[in-house]
Write a protein that binds this ligand. Sequence first.
Ligand code: ZN
Length: 398
Amino acid sequence: MEKIIKGATIFYGADLEEQQGRAIWIKDNKIHKVLKESEVPNGVSVENKTGKYLFPGLIDLHVHIMWDGSRDPVDTHEKESYEQKLIRSVSNCPKYLEAGITTIRDLGSIDDIALHVSEAIERRTMNGPRIIACGKTLTMTGGHDPFWGRFIDGPFEALKGVREQIYKGAKVIKVSATGGVYGRTKGEQVDHTELSYEELKVICDEAHKFGLKVASHAIGKDGIINSVKAGVDTIEHGHFINEEIIEYMLERDISWVPTLYIYHQIARLSGVPTYAQEKAKRIVEIHEETFSKFFNSGVLVGAGSDAGSVLTPHPTIVEELLTMKKFTNDLLSTIKTATTNAGKILGIPVGQIKENYIADFILIDKNPLEDIKALQNVIEVYLGGNLIKRNKELDSIN
Ligand SMILES: [Zn+2]
């Protein structure tokens, strides 16, 4: 498969530099070349997209594909069969593609559902975004999100737990370093430190040995410190990140996926389970302050919506970006969190229109660097150079 797309405004490279009069040459699912329109060779089919904006496919670094995004997704999943959970997960996938989200990272599902869905997409049994999924999350006995956790206590079990996930085909390892806001009605606080430094260290070393990154759910300060010292690759949430922690993160190249929108939803909307709302209210402002303070610290920040969780449907990436923008007041840096930065955080060649990157991109009518909401109206979606969507019609993969 080879083709050239010309006529559109292209957002080139890591800085999403606006370029006109250029064409992209797609070959073997990758962006083979970005060239001047005057240099387009004969013999390759050319499509003209004059007046459109050609933007990298979006990336959401934190979703739960099996959750329903209702006011209480745990309540939903506790009442239904495995089959219903699986069917919902499958049905959520096209929603991402339709919205121009071509890559997602799933950080928790029951019975490895996200791993199975990811594999089905890879095998082209079904359409969906590329999914970088963890298997079971690694938590202490009774730790955060126990329903999809693999309980580990002590370094030996940590080693066994991480190896199990690698064996099953996990592409990322998820750990719970602290308690959380939502998930359990009692017995859990955000500043509870869960997995120890020693357990986290074993997990990180083993995951890294096999080329996998480690994402750490970490809200309270001590759990964040354990995570960064042990060498995790991303801090998820990170409400209580401080100057000292930022120094560690910069030194060790650790990124941050703040997931702002979900805490806003839990803290401020009505109908949310009371136990979660009470906890969220206590930390939502701290989270926003931390985000404002350290967004420009040099630590790589990635966009994650926690879609599927409380009142956060699939997909919610634009809302996450709009929430970030309120605090950054910088459109380009904000939008890079769901493109350039997210690709770097995953460590795979996605998130940029650039030579040798996977040809995941979208066409839109308006310039997203003038208004993030332009991303809400995606006209065409390409996954690995294949047209997946045109004008809301979901075509099958070519
Ligand atoms: Zn989550």
